[in-house]
Design a protein around this ligand. Structure first.
Ligand code: NAD
Length: 442
C-alpha cells in the first residue's frame, strides 16, 4: 500500500503537443471519468485512440464490435477505436468445458449465499483462461498501435478499467443489501467479503481493476522501447480510489466511502505502478475523488463527500464561484438553499459515527449498520431537496471533477515521479483558480 501523498501543487506544464497520442485502455460509455482525459488530450492537440471491451453474443461468445456498433462508439468518443475486444475477467470462461461461473450461478439462490462457493482449482483455471484471452488481445492491440504511433511521438496510456462483479443475477440482491441495505435488509460487508462468493469477487476485482494494468505494461514493453528509442516519452496512468482529502471546518481531511470493497484491488493497482517504477517505467495511479458515474451508481452515499467541493472552490476563487453556485442552487426545490444543503452534508461528514471509524492505514473499512443507515438516510434526504432526481448538484460537481482531474492527469503524467498520488478537492480548486483551469468553471 502507498503512503498518503496528495499532490499539493499543479504539475509542471507538459510538453505534449499535436501528433502525440493518448491511448484509452478501457471503453468509454459516457458520463465517466475518462471523458476528462479525452477532452484534455484533444485540447492539447493530441490524437486519441480508443479501445473497446467488445460485446458478448447471446451464446456467450466474446466478439469485436459490429460496423454499426463501432461507428456509434467512435462517434461517442470522437476518435477512432481499435476494434479488439478487451474484456477482462474470467466469469464467462469454461475451463475444460465446465460451465462458467456466470452459468453456475444461475442456479444459486441469493438467500443461500453462505453455502455458495467454487473450488480454488476451478477459479484458478478460469482465471488462467481469462488471462490468456486478454493478454493475447493486448498483444494484438500493441501490434496495431505499432502501426499507428508516428515516429518521434510521445505516448500516453490511460488505464480506466474497473469492475469485475461476476455477471449473474444472483449478485444484484446481495450487493444491494451490502451497499444499500438498512434494517433487516442490511448485510454487513465483512462476512460477505469473507464468504466463498466474497472471495470470488475479490479475485475477480483484482483481475479486472488491477491486473489489467500489469498486462498493459507487459504487453506494450516492446512498443515502449521503440517509442523511447525514437526520442518519445511514454507514460502510463490509471484511475485509483483510496479516499479523498476534502474541506471540513476550514481544514482538509482525508475521508472515504465505506464499504469500498474494490479498495483491495485499488491498492494492488498502486503496487503494480510501484513495481513498474522500480523498472524505470513512468506509471502513476491518480487517486481521484468520489463522483457520480455509471460505475458509482450502485454506491448510494458515495456522492456525499462531493458537496464540500463547493467550499473549496469558493475559498479558492471567491466571487468567481458564483455562476457554479447559481447553477447548483437552481437545481434545488423552492425554499431550499445551497447553504442548507452544504450544512447537512458537513454535519454528516463530521459526525463521529462516520469520521472516527476511518483510518488511512486500515482502509478499506467494513460497514456497520449505524453508519450505513446514517449515510443512506442523508443521501436520500439531500437528493430529495432537488427539483428533479435526474438533475443533481452532484452531477454538476462530478462534471467539474472529471474535467479537472482529466487535465491534471494528462498534464501530470508528463513528469510524474510517484507510483500513487491523490488529486484532492484543494488541488481541483487550485486548478480552477489558475489561468490553466479557469475555463473549467464554465
Ligand atoms: N466514480 C468514482 O467515484 C470514482 C472515484 C475514483 C476513481 N474512479 C475510477 O475511475 C475509473 C473510471 O470509472 P468511472 O467511475 O468513470 O466509471 P465508468 O463506468 O465510466 O468506467 C469503468 C470502466 O471500466 C471498464 N470495464 C468494466 N468492466 C470491465 C471488464 N470486465 N473488462 C474491461 N473493462 C471493463 C468500462 O469499460 C469502463 O471503461 C475506474 O478505474 C474507477 O474505479 C471512480
Amino acid at each position: 500500500m502507498s503512503d498518503y501523498r496528495p499532490l499539493t501543487a499543479l504539475p509542471p506544464v507538459p510538453g505534449y503537443t499535436t501528433g502525440d497520442v493518448l491511448v484509452l485502455f478501457g471503453e468509454l460509455f459516457g458520463r465517466g471519468y475518462a471523458n476528462g482525459l479525452v477532452e484534455e488530450a484533444k485540447r492539447l492537440g493530441m490524437t486519441v485512440i480508443g479501445t473497446t471491451v467488445g460485446r458478448r453474443d447471446s451464446d456467450g461468445t466474446l466478439r469485436p464490435l459490429t460496423a454499426e456498433e463501432l461507428a456509434e462508439a467512435e462517434a461517442l468518443l470522437g476518435a477512432s477505436i481499435i476494434n479488439i475486444p478487451l474484456e477482462a475477467g474470467f466469469d464467462m470462461e469454461t475451463p475444460d468445458g465446465q460451465p462458467s461461473i456466470a452459468e453456475q450461478l444461475k442456479k444459486a439462490k441469493p438467500d443461500e449465499w453462505q453455502q455458495v462457493s467454487f473450488s480454488a482449482e476451478f477459479i484458478a483455471k478460469a482465471q488462467t483462461a481469462g488471462q490468456a484471452r486478454f493478454t493475447a488481445n493486448v498483444a494484438q492491440l500493441a501490434t496495431e498501435l505499432e502501426r499507428r504511433i508516428p515516429a518521434g511521438a510521445n505516448l500516453l496510456f490511460a488505464h480506466t478499467m474497473a469492475g469485475g462483479i461476476p455477471r449473474a443475477r444472483f449478485f444484484m440482491p446481495l450487493l444491494n443489501r451490502v451497499f444499500k441495505g438498512t434494517g433487516d435488509k442490511y448485510l454487513p460487508s465483512e462476512p460477505f467479503w469473507q464468504s466463498g462468493v466474497g472471495q470470488l469477487c475479490d479475485a475477480s476485482f483484482n483481475e479486472v481493476t488491477a491486473d489489467t494494468f500489469r498486462y498493459l505494461l507487459d504487453g506494450t514493453a516492446s512498443l515502449r522501447q521503440r517509442v523511447t528509442a525514437g526520442g518519445g516519452k511514454v507514460a502510463y496512468t490509471a484511475y485509483g480510489y483510496h479516499g479523498t482529502g476534502i474541506l471540513l471546518n476550514g481544514e482538509y481531511h482525508w475521508q472515504s466511502y465505506t464499504p469500498y470493497l474494490q479498495g483491495f484491488a485499488k491498492m494492488r493497482l498502486e503496487d503494480i505502478a510501484a513495481e513498474a517504477r522500480q523498472q524505470g517505467v513512468n506509471a502513476t495511479v491518480f487517486n481521484c475523488p468520489e463522483i457520480q458515474t455509471n460505475s458509482s451508481a450502485l454506491f448510494l452515499g458515495v456522492e456525499l463527500s462531493l458537496y464540500p467541493l463547493l467550499h473549496s472552490v469558493r475559498n479558492a476563487v471567491g466571487a468567481d464561484a458564483a455562476p457554479l453556485e447559481q447553477r447548483c442552487a437552481e437545481l434545488l426545490q423552492d425554499g431550499t438553499t445551497l447553504a442548507g444543503l452544504l450544512a447537512e452534508a458537513d454535519a454528516y461528514l463530521t459526525n463521529p459515527l462516520i469520521n472516527d471509524s476511518l483510518e488511512f492505514s486500515g482502509w478499506p473499512q467494513h460497514s456497520t449498520k449505524e453508519q450505513m443507515e446514517l449515510m443512506l438516510a442523508t443521501s436520500n434526504r439531500l437528493m430529495a431537496l432537488h427539483r428533479d432526481q435526474k438533475q443533481l448538484v452532484c452531477a454538476e460537481l462530478s462534471r467539474l471533477v472529471f474535467r479537472a482531474t482529466g487535465r491534471l492527469i494528462v498534464q501530470g503524467s508528463w513528469s510524474s515521479q510517484k507510483a500513487a498520488v491523490w488529486l484532492n478537492h484543494d488541488l481541483i480548486a487550485q486548478l480552477v483558480a489558475d489561468q490553466r483551469g479557469a475555463d473549467l468553471l464554465d
